[in-house]
Ligand binder design. Structure first.
Ligand code: CUA
Length: 348
């Protein structure tokens, strides 16, 4: 009877655990999870190593303390008819021991902690790749002064070269978080904050604004595309060819949709907030730079996969998809949205 109850209880626990695992697994549909526990860069590795060290000490303390406690509970438990045990008030030796041991452990943890603080706050060398990060409600602008190019929401970096981030905000406080490469750091309107990392593995890594910044804070994601150095250089060279094309010049011959989309982009007023200039991009634009919008993986700062269908939905009803976003609903018809999609898809 007892055994059966125990078995039933443990099978319930196993079911609950199984459900939890399935639920958590659903959180990571990406090949690259948004986690600090799988570092792919030196900065993140320093932080992760420190966490490991601290957890190891904590585990040791937990096992020893709980072990002694459980031993005492079972070894000295009261039995019916026992006399009152001997009453103790204070034990200097034991108190000294349990004060000195934690002090030593804290000192042992302080050494790697202080070292990590200095390491992660070090100034990057001159050969680092500087990227300016600007937080906006609710998207990220990335400017590469070395190459004079600008993009939005998807940061490309070369593997193996240190990246020096110089960060600010266009409006409220945001926090730029690069889970697998570095930490999170707040960005402010009137103060520059800095962070650095060196990507050690190629991949397409998700990141997320980590400071509440308004109702769409949760949809202020970004991606880090870590590429082989030669692929990164090719991307830069390609970006440098992108820019505002003379009206009609870039239209594939006879592409009516493209030509109509180009007209609508001006006619509907999109042009007031978005720039197609990757090179010499204007600063302080209201909307994300669209120089390579046709080839990005996501739309609206990680809100939607960049498919034609989603792009059309977004153009028609940004307020329905991301309420409060600065892009207004412009009364675009389905046919007009299709033309704008054809035009935008060609910007890549
Ligand atoms: Cu930006 Cu939260």
């Amino acid at each position: 009877m007892l055994l059966r109850t125990v078995a039933r209880r443990s099978s319930r626990w196993i079911t609950a655990l199984g459900l939890l695992v399935v639920t958590l697994a659903a959180c990571s549909t990406d090949q690259y999870p948004q986690t600090t526990l799988l570092p792919r860069g030196d900065f993140a590795k320093i932080a992760d190593d420190l966490l490991d060290t601290t957890v190891r000490w904590a585990l040791l303390v937990f096992v020893l303390v709980e072990g002694v406690l459980l031993y005492a509970v079972f070894r000295f438990r009261g039995k019916p008819g026992d006399a009152e045990p001997h009453q103790t008030h204070g034990n200097t030796t034991v108190e000294v021991i349990w004060t000195v041991i934690p002090a030593l452990i804290l000192a042992a943890i302080a050494v790697p902690t202080v070292r990590a603080i200095f390491q992660t706050n070090a100034t990057p060398g001159k050969d680092a790749l500087t990227i300016e990060v600007v937080g906006h409600q609710w998207w990220w602008e990335f400017r590469y002064p070395e190459f004079n190019i600008t993009t939005a929401n998807e940061m490309h970096v070369p593997v193996g070269r240190m990246v020096s981030l110089r960060m600010g905000s266009n409006d409220v406080i945001h926090s730029f978080w690069v889970p697998q490469f570095a930490a999170k750091r707040d960005v402010f309107a009137n103060r520059e904050t800095r962070m650095w990392f060196t990507a050690q593995a190629e991949g397409d890594y998700p990141g997320q604004c980590a400071e509440f910044c308004g109702i769409q804070h949760g949809r202020m994601a970004h991606r880090i595309k870590a590429q082989k150095p030669e692929e990164f250089q090719a991307w830069v060279a390609h970006m440098q060819t992108l820019g505002p094309k003379p009206p009609g010049a870039a239209a594939p011959a006879g592409d009516q949709q493209y030509a109509l989309g180009e007209k609508l982009f001006t006619g509907k007023g999109c042009i007031a907030c978005h720039s197609f200039a990757a090179v010499n991009a204007p600063k302080g634009m209201v909307g994300p730079n669209l120089a390579n919008i046709g080839s990005r993986s996501y739309l609206a700062a990680g809100t939607l996969k960049n498919t034609d269908e989603n792009l059309a939905r977004w153009i028609r009803d940004p307020q329905g998809i991301k309420k409060g976003v600065l892009m207004p609903n412009l009364g675009v018809t389905e046919a007009e949205a299709q033309a704008l999609v054809a035009y935008l898809r060609a910007q890549k």
